[in-house]
Design a protein. Structure first.
Lengths: 340, 340
DNA sequence: AAATGCCATTAAATCGATTTATCAGGCTAT
DNA sequence: ATAGCCTGATAAATCGATTTAATGGCATTT
């Protein structure tokens, strides 16, 4: 009842395991193995449902058919949606996914990379935290395929998939300004990551053009939501002159809505809202929240396509490519015109 | 620059790899290996940062230190939250997680189980779809540790973690009745899974006690949300006499809210709401939705604890245990009293 | 003095595959 | 006749660990 090995197959058919291996790996013709022998082996293998032990296979070949996926936090809807799509595509192409959440913690990420390495994953998909440059570089130096997404590392030359963060916030801020809002705050997580910096820059650019004063509030990320809601509450209580708020991520946005509810702030008459990312919470809030929607499918698709490419061609020569995707700007009730 | 193997270590120190292996696996004392030799080996291993090749290790020992986690859909907040917590606990205990989404598809699940098996995972955590009984039984027969959660399989005797579904819906339905609602519909995904059946039963029990007529609408699950929203819209348009609706899952609930918004139904004056599961969407809706909150942490904790136990003791003798956890009932504005 | 036991260590087998190198036999060309 | 070349297949090496069985040397027992 125990699992069959290639030796069992070989013995039962009175051939050598080499022959079986060649046949199973489609090298029968190349190795000019007799046609009826090939059929005999194939038939028996199908019959007993033999599957090669993938550990042994990996040990010998050095390939594991596993892709390591590192997101910031799998329980964040943005990341879980992307993970889901990547998962599907990967499975369809014969790859499994091992995933984990980095929490944007450099040390944790480093450990996880080492674990993946130890596990001999074939490729890496990473939403990298800051400070992990050296570890990524080291992966690259060893010829490991790595695709970054959601952000990139300026000093590391590798493939990555991102969205046009700067234009997205520039455009959305412009929209607020056109609706007549003048005191627009930008609330975001404190982070030097490229995507956050770009978002901030877009906001600044738009305000500069109009000559309005920027008001930026950075929140320290914390797993405990109360430690986000607290500072947010303080900020909104203090800055009564604001007429609009721009949330830099879906998480900040969600927390922001909770604060707005608890303070009894009316949207958009007291305060207009725009948020980065789009998901059910924003669609179902009253009034629904204007949001920048990231093209989840396109991101996942690009990421996995780039990685699969690298895995199949193992072309060291092709220099890294970066893919920048457009976002959708979904205007809803939370940023209605002041002038009507 | 390539990775060191145990042979390299052994050669460099002029000892046999057996000795190195014993030392590294903490069997030095048992094998009475000299104290200073142990230290010499340890020191060198630390120095060069040698890590045993886990594939080779797994091949030899049959253990992979990987746990297979199969949820219904990783992009569902309930499952992603649990996955996240399980992930953390697993990593802390030296286990990695391979996860995947079953889509409640029996065939897909069967393939995934085979894949996990092939990958030699040490244990399984599964939210099982119907029809997968035989595959689970076969795992158990082969002595694999399996823990089910969110639902169980009546004909399979294995450990599982669930919540008290029947009481939860019974209690919530009672609440609606006490608030004066009489025409209460229950909308849920068509499914014979134990948790869904129990939820339905709880609803029926409460209505029976009061003599009100049950109205049950089953929706066929689909990845494409429009195919859920469509039938839901039809249903709510047809049944104008309803004064309350009970959503059987967070997903149905979210879709339900979208329909309610698009139809312009006023909550709770036109229609009171209660939903199973609790998450940000329900808290931030206006008015906030009364919901049954599952104890996410407790579920994740129980699941991983039970599994780790089975993994460490490998006690075939202990009969399976089932853990039933209590839920929280969060009463909010969407189910306010009719009588005031 | 031979036998036994203990100590500290190691050689060799094993896990289950892939891959390299080899082989026996028949045929062709010099 | 013999060297060389296909053909069709396989023996043996390899991946990098764990584990079983064995070893040589020394002290102790009979």
């Amino acid at each position: 009842m125990k699992k069959l090995s290639i030796v069992d197959i070989a013995n039962h058919l009175n051939v050598s395991k080499t022959t079986v291996s060649f046949i199973l790996n489609g090298r029968a013709q190349e190795k000019r193995i007799g046609k009826e022998l090939v059929e005999r082996v194939q038939k028996f293998v199908d019959e007993v449902g033999y599957k090669p032990n993938s550990l042994a296979k990996s040990l010998r070949t050095g390939k594991s058919n596993i892709i390591g996926l590192m997101v910031e936090d799998i329980s964040n809807p943005f990341f879980s949606a992307i993970a889901r799509l990547i998962e599907d595509r990967a499975y369809k192409n014969g790859y499994k996914i091992i995933y984990c959440s980095t929490d944007n913690d450099t040390f944790k990420t480093r450990e996880l990379i080492n674990m993946f390495r130890d596990r001999h994953v074939d490729g890496y998909i990473i939403a990298p935290p800051e400070g992990i440059e050296d570890d990524i570089s080291s992966l690259l130096k060893d010829g490991m395929p790595v695709v970054l997404f959601d952000r990139h590392l300026p000093n590391v030359s590798t493939d990555f998939v991102e969205i046009d963060n700067l234009f997205s916030t520039y455009n959305a801020t412009k929209h607020l300004i056109q609706q007549g809002y003048k005191n627009i705050a930008f609330i975001t997580f404190a982070s030097g990551q490229t995507q956050m910096q770009a978002r901030l820059q877009g906001y600044h650019n738009a305000l500069n053009e109009s000559g309005y004063k920027p008001v930026v509030q950075e929140i320290v990320f914390n797993q405990n939501e109360d430690l986000i809601i607290g500072p947010l509450t303080t900020f909104l209580k203090k800055n009564k002159k604001l007429d609009a708020v721009f949330f830099g991520t879906n998480h900040v946005g969600t927390c922001g809505l909770k604060v707005i509810n608890s303070l009894g702030i009316k949207v958009p008459s007291d305060l207009a809202l725009v948020s980065f990312d789009d998901y059910d919470v924003f669609k179902l809030f009253s009034p629904p929240v204007t949001a920048i929607a990231q093209p989840i499918e396109a991101i996942a698709d690009s990421v996995i396509t780039v990685l699969l490419n690298k895995l199949s061609t193992s072309s060291q020569h092709i220099s890294s490519q970066s893919i920048i995707l457009k976002t959708d700007f979904n205007i809803r009730g939370s940023s209605k015109s002041l002038i009507n």
